[in-house]
Write a protein that binds this ligand. Structure first.
Ligand code: SAM
Length: 230
């Protein structure tokens, strides 16, 4: 993968970015996503944020190699703290991390989101944490997609400002994804079901403490939620 030849996962994230928006890509690593978007002419200006020195240096190098230093500002810092008011950022992308980490980055930076139009997030696991955060902070899901690449399944959520209500099933599975019920969605949740059933079987064989009983109850509940939806 490089800035001209993105992974299918990041290409899909890029496809949700609106033309000429001002973008902040948080946890940008090599800054492939903002470089790709500027090189393709879709956007003119971006900030690439990184909190770890190695990826920050890679992002700096990549932006300079592509000759994009006038378009992409690579900044060292934690999450949304790298965004300044005068940047007028309209879109934030956060990709390739767990859902709880993405939700914690959004929560820590929520004071800077008032003028942001669109959040595009790609959790590797536990997208539910982001849906919970979105309900609490009044963001609504306008698009969701699911894709498979190199035997891994990824979800992408696009959020805009506004309220939404989600049922327990929708929180877990995604309101749009469970409606569409694509083959990849069915595969993802069939894999999860098989794993939960395997764990439940193991737990049935162990001595029951309160903790194990609670875990078993939680698994039985999640298994029935997902079975009803497939
Ligand atoms: N976004 C790229 C992608 O999807 O391919 C890179 C994903 S990489 C697995 C996650 C990156 O997020 C790492 O480079 C890590 O240093 C960075 N990161 C993690 N927590 C962060 C935070 N709080 N603020 C900024 N960057 C963060």
């Amino acid at each position: 993968m490089n800035a001209k030849n993105l992974s299918e996962r990041l290409k899909k994230v890029a496809s949700f970015v609106e033309e000429n928006t001002v973008l902040a890509d948080i946890g940008s690593d090599h800054a492939y996503l903002p470089c790709y978007l500027v090189l393709s002419g879709k956007i003119q200006r971006a900030i690439a944020g990184e909190v770890v020195q190695g990826p920050f240096d890679s992002a700096k190098r990549q932006v300079s190699q592509e000759g994009l230093a006038n378009h992409i500002d690579v900044r060292f810092g934690d999450g949304i703290a790298v965004i300044r008011e005068e940047d007028n950022v309209q879109t934030i992308t956060i990709a390739g991390m767990g859902g709880p980490l993405i939700a914690s980055i959004l929560e820590a930076g929520k004071d800077k989101l008032a003028k942001v139009d669109c959040l595009i997030v790609q959790p590797n696991i536990h997208a539910k944490a982001i849906r919970e955060w979105a309900i609490q902070e009044k963001w609504m899901i306008v698009e969701e997609t699911i894709l498979e690449e190199h035997d891994k399944i990824y979800e992408i959520l696009v959020l805009k400002q506004g309220s939404m209500n989600l049922s327990e099933k929708e929180l877990l599975l995604g309101p749009i994804l469970m409606e569409e019920k694509s083959d990849i969605f069915i595969q993802k949740w069939s894999n999860e079901l098989a794993e939960w059933e395997r764990i439940l079987e193991q737990l049935e064989k162990t001595v029951s403490t309160n903790e194990i009983l609670l875990k078993k109850e939680e698994l039985v509940h999640k298994i029935s939620l997902v079975k009803e939806s497939l």
